[in-house]
Design a protein around this ligand. Structure first.
Ligand code: NGQ
Ligand code: ZN
Length: 458
């Protein structure tokens, strides 16, 4: 039986509307949306409704090391030193650990307003670097966590083969990630059939970076994609650190984003995660390609990556979405705020998008990240509209900063302050996952997570 919901107001593709009746089919998709309605049989929503935010970049296991890498180290504290700490942390993780961490993370994401996630999954093998007897054991644990939380998932199994450009051998710290193209293609095929026809699930593919994947291997991966599902999302880390750009120029004689523009035919299927360091030609090239820039502002800040050059990118209608990446923050509003603040600090101006008079910064940011995120996940999400999935947030009308606002001013308050708890209820895939800020499995998951972390840290 289709269910009926009446929102006092909702952000629709055509703009904000009042008294919005949303009818949701049994399969969790939106059957119809109409404004100006009176319907006494519908469930009344408690506040203004906006689309749920897709989180386009996650390494779930890193949730459990967030906050643990803020001490000065012996050899300077670069991104690369942090990466060594990360390798040490993941060396002991078991499938049970990963499932416990990911379940807690995905529940926290839902509570924060993310209704779907792209999991960039590279922790494939056991602690010695050997495949588990079930080669996709770890990937299945990620799927189980998404099921338990009730979040949408685009699973991105990662191909990882080398320690750096030039096909360098991987280091010991990378042993749990490494496959050859044949092993990887079996994994991808197995996961393709496991996820096929499952609601709220999509399979993509992720060559880790040009550091970890040689050009010939990248060609093979794209041929494999064409065989399994030519439309599947492809995500890759690109140009996060200046050293990576320098190494790329030394090895491939081009900057990384330029190399991708020249060699792989970037288009709407692609998400370039970070894309921090681009020259002008790369910036316009990426914008014109239709690919999504996967921005992860709190992680990029934490790791000292640099600032994405948004102004020229946005001026050409470049697409972007946001990712929690290492999960130093689990909060879409904070990611958007930090993104915008970085650009204002960089340009010493306020209107980064070049908005017309009276347009809202928060509204524009939120809509752009929803639509870029939906594109990157390759799922029918990101808007409250017929045919899309019923993934939405009911803003928390009992937050004193939210209560008096209307329309885009709600998003301005949620993103730029002073709202403390903008999210009230959350629906994903047509089911309530969070009511009044609580998830039904929140307490059970938090206890299991606490036990896991305690054991990992002793
Ligand atoms: C990752 N994270 O894959 O988890 C990376 C670090 C690397 C970020 N780049 C490893 N934020 O890039 O080699
Ligand atoms: Zn990443």
């Amino acid at each position: 039986m289709p269910r009926r919901y009446l929102a006092p107001s909702a952000m629709l593709p055509s703009g904000w509307a009042d008294d919005v009746l949303i009818i949701v089919d049994d399969d969790g998709s939106i059957a119809s949306v109409a404004s100006g309605m009176i319907d006494v049989t519908a469930e009344r929503l408690n506040g203004p409704v906006v689309p749920g935010m897709p989180n386009l970049h996650s390494h779930a296991f890193q949730r459990a090391m967030a906050g643990l890498t803020q001490r000065a180290g012996p050899e300077g504290d670069s991104f690369w030193a942090w990466r060594e700490l990360m390798y040490r942390f993941l060396a002991r993780l078991t499938p049970d650990d990963v499932e416990a961490i990911a379940t807690e993370l995905y529940i926290e994401m839902l509570q924060a307003g993310y209704t779907s996630v792209a999991e960039f999954h590279y922790l494939h093998h056991d602690t010695t670097g050997k495949p588990y007897s079930n080669a996709v054991e770890m990937a299945e644990r990620i799927c189980a966590a998404a099921d338990a939380a009730g979040i949408g998932l685009t699973l991105l199994p990662v191909f990882y083969a080398h320690g750096n450009f030039g096909g360098l051998a991987p280091t010991a710290g990378q042993r749990r990630f490494i496959t050859d193209t044949e092993q990887f293609s079996r994994m991808l095929e197995t996961l393709g059939s496991a996820l096929a026809q499952r609601p709220m699930r999509r399979l993509g593919v992720a060559p880790h970076s040009l550091r970890a994947v040689a050009p010939g291997e990248l060609r093979q991966l794209l041929a494999l994609r064409d065989r399994i599902d030519a439309a599947m999302p492809v995500h890759i880390h690109a140009a996060e650190q200046q050293k990576e750009v320098d190494d790329c120029i030394a090895s491939l004689r081009t900057r990384p984003v330029q190399w991708l523009l020249d060699h792989v035919g970037l288009n709407e299927q692609w998400c370039l995660v970070h894309a921090t360091h681009m020259d002008e030609v790369e910036t316009t090239g990426l914008a014109d390609s239709g690919a999504v820039a996967g921005l992860c502002p709190t992680t990029e800040g934490d790791l000292g990556d640099g600032l994405f050059n948004a102004r020229p990118f946005l001026a050409r209608d470049g697409r972007f979405g946001i990712g929690g990446d290492s999960h130093v923050s689990i909060d879409p509003f904070l990611e958007l705020r930090l993104f915008e603040y970085g650009q204002r600090i960089r340009s010493e101006q306020r209107n980064v998008f070049g908005l017309a008079r009276e347009e809202s910064f928060g509204g524009r940011l939120y809509r752009a990240a929803c639509s870029g995120g939906a594109q990157a996940l390759g799922q029918p999400i990101g808007a409250i509209a017929a045919g899309r999935r019923a993934d939405w947030i009911v803003l928390n009308a009992s937050d004193v900063a939210i209560a008096p606002q209307r329309g885009d001013a709600l998003l301005d308050s949620a993103i730029f302050g002073p709202a403390k708890a903008p999210v009230g209820d959350v629906m994903a895939g047509g089911k309530w996952r969070v009511r009044d800020r609580a998830h039904p499995r929140g307490a059970e998951s938090a206890a299991r997570y606490a036990g896991t972390v305690k054991r990992l840290l002793t």
